[in-house]
Design a protein around this ligand. Sequence first.
Ligand code: HEM
Length: 514
Amino acid sequence: MDPIADLSMFDLTLWTFVAIAIWYMVFYFRALLRYRQASNNHGCQQPPSITQRDPIFGFDLMLRLHRALKRNHRNKSIVQLFSSHGLTFCAPSSTSTKFYTIEPKNLQTIFSTDASSWGVEPMRRFAFEPFVGKGIMCVDGKDWEHSRTLIKPTFARAQITDQHLEDFERHVDRLIDLIPRDGSTVDLQPLFSRLALDASTEFLFGEALGALKKIGFSNESSEFLQAYNYGQYVLGKRLHLPKWNFLTVDKRFQRSCRVAHAFVDECIARTQRALRGSQGHDKTRERYVLARDLVSQTIDMKDARNQLLNVFLPAHEAVGVALTNTFFNLARNPRVFSKLRQEVLKAGAQGKPWTFERLKGIKYLQYIINESFRLNPSIGTNTRMALNDTILPTGGGLRGTSPMYVRKGDVTTTSFYALHRSKDVFGEDADIFKPERWEGLRPPPWSFLPFGGGPRVCPGQNLALTEISYALVRIVEAFERIENRDPVMEFVEVYKITTDSGNGAKVALFSERR
Ligand code: HEM
């Protein structure tokens, strides 16, 4: 008698399930035992854990944050979690643990001293690669070093400051022309977004998109932008769904990839032609363009395209978002706008052109920018995955001071938004906009990180700060007074790669000069 032949289809399926469940449990308990042993050997303890109804997949927290995102208060929900659990907490599941930490010692470890143990590739590469290829935003290790080395020279401070300001000036002139001078209501958000687009396309591809020049410009009027926005939307979905292409790859996504690639390939070809034509010319007055530097450094044009598309991802929105958030705050604090105007007029009285150093010299301007980045950081959270078993120095145990053992595949999320609202660092009134708090304030290391930190710190930091400072200075020079025109006073967050203002920055600006 053949026992297998006697089994019904139902029995077979049942036994297969039982066998898989037993195999999984053996695997799970062995891994748990190994983890407990390693953790004990290093004196590590778990941090407080959030209460979960689903300990197997840990869906509770995911659902909670997803609901908060839909209601536009994801950052605020994370702050609430930190206030009820302390500076570090976790959400364990049967496969991995998600750590949430804003403990500066842990941030220093993740982003700097043990940065090689933490990466983004396992989370991002599958999602990003079909669209932006292999580049700085989605790789780790040697591939990341390659990307960072390729883009580094263009970003070097000396190259992008005053020379870059001369190019940026034209865009800001256009922006100011588009702001009504008679005090009628204007939403600055779409204007700042176009400014950021023009500046970033000029810096990366050598030619501005002309978003501020074209009347009625919208994302739909540029085929490249339309494709890029759709690609970025799909990329966001791919980050959260299982790694199966059929879930996200549709005809429109494939077409968006083709359009974006063709746009950048054409810009590379144009750069190559220009480079061949300019041999022997004086290069000292040339603008700094990432495409040109990449083409001169590498012969692999697909690599150059990938690097450009990767850098465009963080570059094209962040400055616009930061300026919108700053004006959101200025509109609600017209006293700060007036005080800044006085400081700017004083500093500008010599009539010399604005330079990086002169902008940096206006202390109150720097306080306003810091304060706005503190309260409304353009990038609200940052997530890294452990690439091997490692240890975080603090946050474990009942008192939250023991080290914590982290297994390969565990994930940490840092909320810059929550970090920047620490009452211990920024004072009891940390929730309000008060640029004066920066007078004499030097936040301890790793407690103010609008641009991240360590080897993966934002390479565009100086460029972005110069652009933000210059645009602010020019606007307060041109307008005497600001008025808020938004009936909703609180910041309604829209959470994308950046954290945008859901209600924009609706203001009225008044100028005597018509
Ligand atoms: C207000 C403006 C900006 C803010 C607040 C900002 C913020 C950040 C932050 C927090 C990171 C770190 C992400 C991480 O650790 O994974 C980052 C990375 C990056 N940013 Fe920015 N950024 C800004 C503007 C720019 C601009 C204008 C560019 C380019 C022109 C740029 C290019 C990059 C690149 C390429 C990375 C990846 C660096 C790496 O992984 O090595 N950013 N940015």
